[in-house]
Design a protein around this ligand. Structure first.
Ligand code: SF4
Length: 83
C-alpha cells in the first residue's frame, strides 16, 4: 500500500524557514519530525508555524496558545497534557 505523503520519513524536513545556518528553532523542528508518524508531523508543522524562540514560553506552550481556529490542524495541535 502506498503511503500518504504525510506518512513518509521526515528526514530532511526543513519547514518553511530554510536557512544555511541552522538555528535553534530548526533544530527543535528536526527533533520533533524525527519521531515519525502523523503526531510528529503535526507537532513539527505547528512548531514551524507558531514558535518564536525569542518569545517567552516553550514551543508547545506557544502552539497551545494558537488561536487560528480556521486552521485545519487547530484541533490536532499539540497541547500540554495530551496530544
Ligand atoms: S494549528 Fe495553529 S500553530 Fe498549528 S499550523 Fe495551524 S495555525 Fe499554525
Amino acid at each position: 500500500m502506498k503511503k500518504a505523503p504525510q506518512e513518509k520519513s521526515m528526514q530532511g524536513y526543513q519547514g518553511s524557514h530554510s536557512h544555511d545556518s541552522r538555528n535553534n528553532k530548526q533544530k527543535v523542528i528536526d527533533r520533533l519530525a524525527k519521531k515519525g508518524g502523523l503526531r510528529a508531523l503535526v507537532d513539527a508543522k505547528c512548531c514551524d508555524c507558531a514558535y518564536d524562540e525569542l518569545v517567552t514560553g516553550t514551543w508547545r506552550k506557544q502552539v497551545e496558545n494558537c488561536f487560528s481556529v480556521d486552521c485545519p490542524l487547530f484541533s490536532a495541535r499539540p497541547k500540554f497534557g495530551g496530544a
